[in-house]
Structure formats: C-alpha cells, structure tokens
Design a protein around this ligand. Structure first.
Ligand SMILES: [Zn+2]
Length: 394
C-alpha cells in the first residue's frame, strides 16, 4: 500500500471517530471500536492524537455501583475546540446560529430583511454583514470558526453552491456561498432546508442504521429529501427529491413555483390558508407566509368541527398520501418521515394520508414501509445545517 493510501485511510478513520462521538456523545474506547468497527489499536492511536490536539477529552471516570471493576474512561468531543456558523434564509427572515463542535446550537439570532428585494450584490453584502455582526458578539467562536452552512427553501444546486429558485428570493440562480467563503476564508456548505432536516434526523442514533428513508417537510412549503444507501441523495442537478413540486393533478391550484397542481399547492400552509379564506371568515394574512398563530387557529377550527376546514385538511392528507404512494412505488424506503411545522395538524391528516396511499397503490406496492410523523422543532434545520458544515472539520 502506498503511503498516501495509508494516510487517506487514517484520515477517514479519524473523521469516522469524530462523527461517532458527535452522534452518540461520550463513549468508552471499546464502544468507539464497536461503533466504527475499527481495531482497538487504531482507536487508541487516533484518540491519542485527538486528545493531544484538544479535539476530544476524557469526560468522566465513573466507578461501578459496587465499587468493583476498573473505572471506564469515557471520551467525548471537546465542544469548545471548533465552531460552525449556520445561516437559514427564508422569506423576509435570516436566522443565524452558532454551533459548537458537538453540533449543539449555542447562540442564535433572527434578523428581518426584505429578502424579495435583494439582487446578487445586496444579498452578498447582507449575508456577510449579518454574519460578521453576529460573530462580533462571540469572539471566541469567531476565532475557532471552521466552516459555515447556509440553508434555504427551494431548489438548490448543492454542488455549485447556488440557489436555483427559492420562494425567499425574487432572483434566480444566485451564488449563495462565494461571498461568505471569501469573507470568512473557510468552506461554506449550501443545502436545501429539507435536506438539512433529513441530515439532522439521519444523525439521530435511531436513524443512523436506516440506509433508505424519505423525509417530507410540510409547513411554509412542502419539501422532500431522500437518504439512499445511507447518504443524502442530491441527484444529477443537485436538487433531487423536490417532492412538493411533483404533481397531484395538472389542473390543480397554483403553486408558489408558478406551476399548477403541485402537491405543495394543496398541503403547504399558504395553500391551506388561501383555500380556507375562500370558504371561512378568516383574517387576511401575508399571502406567502401565514403565521404560526393563524395556522393553529385554522387547525383548531377543523378539530372543532368546521366542515370546510376539516375537508381542506382531508384533501391535503389525501394529496400527501398520493405523493407518498409515488415515493413508495419508486424507491420503497424502509420509512417515510413526515415533519415540519405542518405536523401541528398531523392528527387531521393521518387517516387521509393512509386512505390516499391505499387508493393510489395495490397492497403489494405499499409494502411494509412505515409512515410516521417526527416532532418538529425550529432547531432541526439549524442543527442539520451546522452538522453539514461540521463535516468540514477533520
Ligand atoms: Zn410547485
């Protein structure tokens, strides 16, 4: 074996150990070996280097309850060794989040901005300016910043760092990474917001062993993400799994993307609220982005027995069921995870999702795929984008 090959394997093993400690938290060396399938000698050699560099540290030496046996030394990441900055750009809002090496969000702030009025130059200035201001308040993190991650709604070319189309911006084909890379002199990852959520779920110990699963995000839009053979699948154009813009019917309502009959045009918050306003007396709202309170009000109306509201959620569930049926027929994943702010109404959607799937597919194609909701928190996109950015820490 050539020297460069040995070095590459060692570097890959090192990343493997760092990622394992990020997912599982502090572990004994023997458990690191089991999780990574690396030999005890390799684990000892690499962890010694990492301790010497301050990347990992011994975190506790618990003695068994009986007081007998050798105390096991646990080692974990030193969260203060490196930091990553996550930026989530959505309609009229920029969320900035600082993550430590463990991947925890340690500080965040939300800035409002008229994102629709931006051109490439003013977007560059805004991102760099807001990131710099935020980091000024956290000089220790700024000093050990290793990477940035940017999450944005819409179609993303992750390979090139471009937002191809996003409801947050009126311009298309926008370079989201170059200005930040130049300003902070470190790598910048760009990802679609649903891919960030899928990445966060995939790093959960329960999902780590699941090679094939689909994530569907419902809420301000409808997004999709595929984990295939254990990896995020981004496709030839870097924008795969745009589940929300697959079609229910070509003659359906208008979608935020401009086309008609997309699944999103029935299921997204803006679609439900728009169609509900035509039938029920509801306050006027931001057309593209009803608030959480407005959506909770509409959801409660359906729970309280409002027939038109109930029928809209039934229809949304059925459309979602047809969409999920296509995913099952195409890739037969082990699990389909539905998450996002829209799971606030999952109790109203669940039965019609199942009914839609049964109506769309013969039982043999439905198979044994589990369809389940995953509790939503605002942090999920942030944790995912920070985890993606921390992939650059080696
Ligand atoms: Zn669409």
């Amino acid at each position: 074996m050539k020297k460069s090959d040995t070095e590459q394997i060692r570097a890959a093993n090192r990343v493997d150990i760092i990622n394992t400690l990020r997912v599982f938290g502090p572990l004994a060396r023997v458990d690191i070996g089991q999780r990574t399938r690396l030999s005890p000698a390799t684990v000892t050699a690499i962890t010694s280097d990492l301790v010497a560099e301050g990347v990992i540290r011994e975190v506790q030496k618990p003695v068994s309850a009986t007081g007998r046996g050798r105390p096991r030394v646990l080692i974990g990441l030193n969260p203060d060794h490196a930091s990553a900055l996550g930026i989530k750009l959505s309609i009229n809002e920029i969320r900035l989040m600082l993550g430590d090496l463990q991947g925890n969000i340690v500080a965040e702030t939300v800035v409002t901005a008229d994102t629709q009025s931006l051109d490439q130059a003013s977007l560059n200035d805004l991102l760099v300016d807001q990131a710099s201001r935020f980091l000024e308040d956290y000089p220790d993190h700024a000093r050990r910043l290793v990477s940035l991650g940017v999450a944005i709604q819409g179609i993303v070319d992750a390979h090139r760092g471009y937002s191809v189309w996003s409801p947050a911006l009126s311009i298309k084909n926008v370079n989201m990474t170059a200005a930040l890379e130049a300003a902070f002199e470190c790598p910048v990852e760009l990802a679609n917001d649903t891919n960030c959520i899928a990445h966060a779920i995939h790093k959960h110990p329960e999902y780590l062993q699941k090679p094939d699963f689909a994530v569907i995000m419902i809420g301000y839009g409808v997004g999709g993400s595929l984990i295939l053979n254990g990896d995020l699948y981004s496709g030839h154009n870097g924008a795969a799994a745009e589940f929300g813009h697959t079609k229910y019917t070509p003659t359906g309502p208008t979608c935020a993307c401009g086309k008609a009959g997309c699944i999103e045009a029935y299921v997204a918050d803006y679609a439900l609220y728009r169609d509900a306003r035509a039938l029920i007396d509801l306050p006027e709202t931001d057309r593209r982005h009803p608030s959480e309170d407005e959506m909770r009000h509409l959801t409660q109306l359906a729970r309280d027995g409002s027939t038109p509201a109930r029928e809209l959620f039934d229809r949304a569930g059925r459309v979602l069921g047809f969409g999920i049926a296509n995913v099952l027929a195409l890739i037969s994943p082990e699990r389909v995870v539905v998450t996002g702010p829209g799971v606030r109404a999952y109790d109203l959607l669940e039965d019609s999702i199942q009914a839609g799937i049964q109506e769309a597919l013969i039982p043999e194609l439905v198979g044994r795929t589990e369809i389940q909701s995953y509790p939503w928190s605002e942090d999920m996109t942030g944790k995912g984008v920070i985890a993606l950015a921390l992939g650059h820490f080696r």
